[in-house]
Design a protein around this ligand. Structure first.
Ligand SMILES: CC(=O)N[C@H](C=O)[C@@H](O)[C@H](O)[C@H](O)COP(=O)(O)O
Length: 248
């Protein structure tokens, strides 16, 4: 696996300077179907995505078969604080389903199976030796701990969702700058990147890749942005659109 001095693994290298599109539909939503996910992912790749991020065993399976770009897989499970690929069992499942990179909770919080992050990554690599790991972090301290634990990539995915940092409007670019300055592993900017300009700003700070979900692949939320703007324009002519909400 990658170290500061080694050549980055192929999947990490293929994502360098690229856009990762997160293709996720949430429980009960009309687009929650592995075939739909694979189709959305193919459409994203046709538009220039260097990689995709997908959730759940079936979606990882369907998408990894349909595409020739790196697939970042995760498994959201449970209502606890740690819900992104929370246990070793989830991580092994996602790796075996075909993910090139397993994204998992990379915070310093206790994990539901009682393993530490370092134990999780070590044992995952015993089970599935070639797999790479992206640690979804909420702070600089998370990211530093995750790289020591052996993560191949660190992401800002959980910034604003763990209580350590405020939830910024748009990407947490301050954290991006901190991570790029302090981490030797590549940094993926993820979370609330809503416009091409924001994605470019994150890359200009030295990010390895940018991951965009909602603003590309979640039509219900995107529609709500437009619907609210249209409604507000009708109620208050002459005023600009308000802030975007990306809660699902
Ligand atoms: C916090 C959390 O649960 N994040 C999840 C991680 O996979 C997804 O719900 C996000 O859509 C993804 O991170 C991309 O972010 P955004 O949709 O803001 O572009």
């Amino acid at each position: 696996m990658t170290t500061a001095a080694s050549v980055p693994p192929d999947a990490v290298e293929r994502l360098r300077g690229g856009l990762i599109v997160s293709c996720q539909a949430y429980p009960g939503e009309p687009m929650r179907d592995p075939r739909t996910t694979a189709q959305v992912a193919r459409a994203a790749v046709a538009g220039g995505a260097a990689g995709v991020r997908v959730q759940g065993l079936e979606d990882v399976e369907s998408t990894s078969h349909a595409l020739d770009v790196p697939v970042v897989g995760l498994w959201k499970h449970g209502d606890a604080d740690v819900f992104i690929t929370p246990t070793l069992e989830h991580a092994v499942g996602i790796a075996r389903a075909g993910a090139d990179i397993v994204a998992l909770d990379g915070t310093r919080r206790p994990r539901p199976d009682g393993l530490t992050l370092v134990e999780t990554i070590r044992r995952l690599r015993v089970e599935v030796p070639a797999v790479l790991v992206m640690a979804d972090c909420g702070s600089l301290d998370d990211a530093l701990a995750a790289q020591v634990a052996g993560a191949d990539l660190v992401g800002t995915t959980l910034a604003g969702y763990t209580g350590e940092r405020a939830r910024t409007t748009g990407a947490d670019l301050e954290l991006v700058a901190e991570l790029v300055g302090a981490c030797r592993v590549p940094v993926v900017v993820e979370g609330r990147v809503h416009t091409p300009d924001e994605a470019a700003a994150a890359m200009a700070l030295g990010a390895h890749a940018v991951c965009v979900g909602t603003a590309i692949t979640h039509p219900t939320t995107i529609t709500s942005w437009f619907a609210r703007a249209v409604q507000e324009a009708r109620s208050h002519p002459g005023e600009g659109a308000g802030e975007r909400d990306d809660e699902h």
